[in-house]
Design a protein around this ligand. Structure first.
Ligand SMILES: Nc1ncnc2c1ncn2[C@@H]1O[C@H](COP(=O)(O)OP(=O)(O)OP(=O)(O)O)[C@@H](O)[C@H]1O
Length: 306
């Protein structure tokens, strides 16, 4: 990992609701100027952790600090940290512009930021429309605009991918990378793990409130995609037999019939195919194995699944 100081520091953070342990002794740092993905299945404890960082929930134990301080001790919180927690927070009868103007005025932020953030998230044309008519994707953009009003160095985004279409997800990825390139620190939660992981510099994975992985993306990729190959051919059964004979493990991709191969590298797959005259239509790293890796990592314990 690059040598960066931690902007967000979580230590022994725990939250119990009666007998439910929503967050269980979490300890992690989020380094400055990175996009860090906070990943886990539904109910893993992501939102509760973010709410505690924002002072909206009181920890049962432990601490959560931003820039060395608890949220409640920040002098000008919206200038220190922006958050997207719930994209339905805007009043449906208000226009996007009025919603942001109201937020700016009530938080003593300059009015010119409203126009700036509407432009940043691509809502300039829709600024005069009532939020009631917004798609979920537009609401997410408005929520991100609100988070950016105070021009904060730290952003906490809870499930910003929800409701976005493929184009919206592409936009969000580039947008988050741009924020980090400006030196901002972005913590972005998602249950769509592979989708968001590939945007991030660093991954934090939680399951049942516990930290399961805290790793730079390249290390995670190296561990979970090296030695896993995806190969396309018009003769899948023949190639499958040849690869099995070469000692590989081979499965078929349910979506498109490509072979997913483990245990031999891409060069060996190519050599086997060439020796037996099997034409290939595709040969590369098996990126889908990333989602499998997350699902394996976050699988509920057998007794919990029963
Ligand atoms: N106010 C509450 N009262 C009781 N239980 C709660 C409360 N808030 C959260 N929980 C429970 O705590 C656990 C963690 O919930 P949390 O919302 O933090 O998970 P999450 O990872 O954000 O999931 P999701 O993606 O579904 O929001 C869940 O079991 C949830 O039911």
């Amino acid at each position: 990992m690059r040598d960066r100081s931690a902007v967000i520091e979580v230590r022994g953070l725990t939250k119990r609701y009666g007998t439910v342990v929503a967050v269980d002794d979490l300890t992690f740092d989020v380094p400055e100027g990175t996009v860090t993905a906070f990943l886990g299945r539904n109910g893993a404890g992501k939102s509760t952790t973010l709410r505690m960082l924002l002072g909206l929930d009181r920890p049962t134990a432990g601490t959560a600090r931003i820039g060395g301080r608890a949220y409640a001790d920040l002098e000008r919180p919206l200038r220190a940290v922006g958050a997207l927690l719930d994209s339905s927070a805007a009043h449906p009868g208000r226009t996007a512009r009025d919603h942001l103007r109201w937020l700016a005025a009530s938080n003593a932020l300059p009015a010119h930021r409203v126009r700036a953030v509407l432009d940043l998230v691509g809502l300039r044309e829709a600024a005069g429309r009532r939020v009631r008519g917004f798609s979920l994707g537009m609401r997410q953009r408005l929520g991100i605009a609100a988070a950016l009003l105070g021009d904060p160095p730290v952003l906490l985004l809870d499930e910003p991918v929800n409701g976005l279409d493929a184009e919206g997800i592409r936009w969000l990825r580039a947008f988050l990378r741009g924020l980090a390139a400006e030196g901002r620190t972005v913590l972005v939660s998602s249950h769509l793990m592979a989708e968001v992981a590939r945007t991030a510099d660093h991954l934090l994975v939680v399951g049942s409130g516990r930290l399961l992985a805290d790793t730079p993306l390249p290390a995670f990729l190296a561990e979970h995609t090296v030695g896993r190959v995806r190969v396309g051919t018009a003769q899948p059964e023949r190639l499958r037999g040849l690869l099995l004979a070469a000692g590989a493990t081979v499965t078929r991709d349910d979506d498109d019939g490509a072979l997913r191969v483990a245990g031999v590298d891409a060069a060996r797959v190519g050599a086997v195919a060439a020796r037996h005259g099997v034409p290939l239509t595709e040969l590369g790293a098996d990126v889908r194995s990333l989602e499998d890796a997350f699902l394996g990592l976050t699988a509920p314990a057998p007794e919990a699944a029963a």
